[in-house]
Design a protein around this ligand. Sequence first.
Ligand code: FAD
Ligand code: DHB
Length: 390
Amino acid sequence: MRTQVAIIGAGPAGLLLGQLLLRAGIDTAVIERKSRDYVLARIRAGVLEQGTTDLLDAAGVGGRMHREGQIHEGISLAFAGRLHRIDLRSLTNGKTVRVYGQTEITRDLADARDAAGGMTVYEAGEVTIADFGSATPKVRYIKNGAAQELTCDVIAGCDGHHGVCRASVPPSAVQLFERVYPFGWLGVLVDQPPADHELVYANSARGFALCSMRSAARSRYYVQVPTDEHVANWPDDRFYDELRRRLPAQIAAAVTPGPSIEKSIAPLRSFVAEPMRFGRLFLAGDAAHIVPPTGAKGLNLAASDVRYLAQALIEFFGERSEAGLNAYSTRALARIWKAERFSWWMTSLLHQMPEASPFEQKMQLAELDYLCQSQAAATVLAENYVGLPV
Ligand code: FAD
Ligand code: DHB
């Protein structure tokens, strides 16, 4: 078998890259180790920057997102019993974000790929990559018990943090930067109206809490928990009780509890692998970097990597120019590090650090107070939250 671009991973990065290349007439094969149903059932991110929605439009999959997604013009910060709104729109010359679940994006992309007849292999076993130092890299995998080999011009490693692509690079060729936080987010999805019409990020002495949503009828809530916590210890009643204790009174009163339709714990981590190109292998999305979710940047960063990589590949196959491919890693990393900084800062501002001294807790509260008083400080938050230029 032969293709031009072998894409490893059918998450949002892999499927979006596949769709952009397909529309440019470039042949692709997407190789995914899980089933289609499993991939489509994963509950993850929910907030999209304008640049991400523009790219989904460019990929021809923005229709349902425009009909069903919600535009948000602000977010609120809650701390010390106070609630303060950050007006994203007025602080950023009219920019906003869109609330539309990653699950829906993945479904829209997978449906569009199927409709266009793009090749996707789900449930591919024992995926390995080879020869990416040459002009004819190979992808090998097992499908229905039979060994398969795919020869390609380029491999796109869109296989997430635990994928095979980054792990196939010699350790001496890649530099890793990492911070692991001593806590995670316990998330609950529930079919009840959200507590507020916009997102509320709460710093409380009991730990961070976030009131988010997927629609006017579906809420997504998170509370900070220790890394070694287990979902089984958190029946719904305990979750809502803890959530409410971390919120200002008027928001707590507006939380409508209901049976959780999903409940999981995600660890928090900052991680970057440099570079993102190894011969004919290019990493994109979580395969190359992880941000703690506090700034809602994970999915948006995957999308901006894909934008750069798709442009570079279209140039490569169309004009036989390697200029874009040569610039890809540097260009993507410049944006990634700024999103890493913002996500680390938002995390530090809003969470209770187990080792924090009373002095450090006062510093958090002073910074939150400053954000409420200073337009300059609020603008820094807002311009990062809506997304830095691509
Ligand atoms: P992924 O979505 O991880 O997709 C990678 C794909 O590759 C997967 O389908 C995987 O099955 C496949 N794969 C892996 N290994 C192989 C292999 N060897 N062979 C073939 N296929 C393989 N971001 C936010 O902004 N907000 C959030 O609330 C949020 N919550 C999150 C919760 C969790 C539990 C996780 C893990 C991430 C969360 N994120 C969140 C981050 C966001 O979801 C990711 O940044 C986004 O999914 C990145 O997309 P991706 O396509 O790069 O990677
Ligand atoms: C959601 C996740 C985030 O990390 C975030 O900052 C905002 C919203 C969400 O899942 O809805």
